[in-house]
Design a protein around this ligand. Structure first.
Ligand SMILES: CC(C)(COP(=O)(O)OP(=O)(O)OC[C@H]1O[C@@H](n2cnc3c(N)ncnc32)[C@H](O)[C@@H]1OP(=O)(O)O)[C@@H](O)C(=O)NCCC(=O)NCCS
Length: 177
């Protein structure tokens, strides 16, 4: 069932707390809300959280975490975006756009030149519409057993004017976020 949205405009806010309780406020008891469990990866929790509330209920979220990476021989940092989710009954109303954009504004103050995220191929057009670009080529990420090839698509966005993604193989020097 689709919820009727009130005419009031939504605002994304920084969340003081984001745990499984808040995630289930958004998605209910879905045990694979991001559809990535079959990839079998271990993910890092995010450090900063942005959300949208509707009548006291949390209905959307995006998390941020600075992550180290290497591109070719250069080591750098990026702001990792993850946990992007909107309540199933409120999808298609621009809430992902709003919460990701708010998180992006904050990410621009965090220092790194790039934002990075991993997503299923079918969501690439969504992030492209929000200004993200796809990284071609294999991206390695850390897992308990050592580096593995990320099976999802990797996308990046500049956090500073004129930032260009460096040339070379990309390796996340941490678990993915
Ligand atoms: C993916 C998800 C967050 C999108 O939320 P949403 O609130 O419906 O998205 P929005 O309405 O803000 O859409 C943002 C833009 O992406 C487009 N879009 C939305 N879903 C899309 C999809 N599945 N494929 C392609 N484009 C899509 C919209 O048309 C919109 O473009 P526009 O603003 O230029 O018109 C939501 O479907 C969700 O929570 N899915 C489950 C969790 C998940 O997969 N998260 C992604 C982890 S990387």
């Amino acid at each position: 069932m689709t919820t009727n949205l009130p005419p009031a405009s939504f605002t994304a806010v920084r969340l003081a707390r984001y745990t499984k309780t808040e995630l289930s406020e958004i998605v209910g008891d879905d045990d694979d809300p991001f559809g990535v469990s079959e990839a079998g990866l271990t993910w890092l929790p995010k450090q900063e959280h942005f959300g949208i509330r509707l009548g006291g209920r949390l209905v959307a979220h995006t998390g941020l975490l600075p992550v180290p990476l290497s591109v070719g021989s250069a080591e750098t940092q990026a702001v990792g975006f993850g946990g992007v989710v909107v309540a199933p009954d409120l999808r298609g109303h621009g809430l992902a756009r709003l919460v990701v954009t708010s998180a992006l504004e904050h990410a621009r103050t965090m220092g790194p030149q790039y934002g990075i995220l991993f997503c299923r191929p079918r969501l690439v057009p969504l992030y492209q519409r929000l200004g993200w670009r796809t990284l071609e080529g294999d991206v390695h990420v850390e897992q308990a057993e050592g580096p593995v090839i990320m099976p999802l698509r990797t996308m990046w966005t500049p956090l500073r004017d004129g930032a260009q993604w460096p040339v070379g193989p990309v390796r996340l020097l941490s678990f993915p976020m």
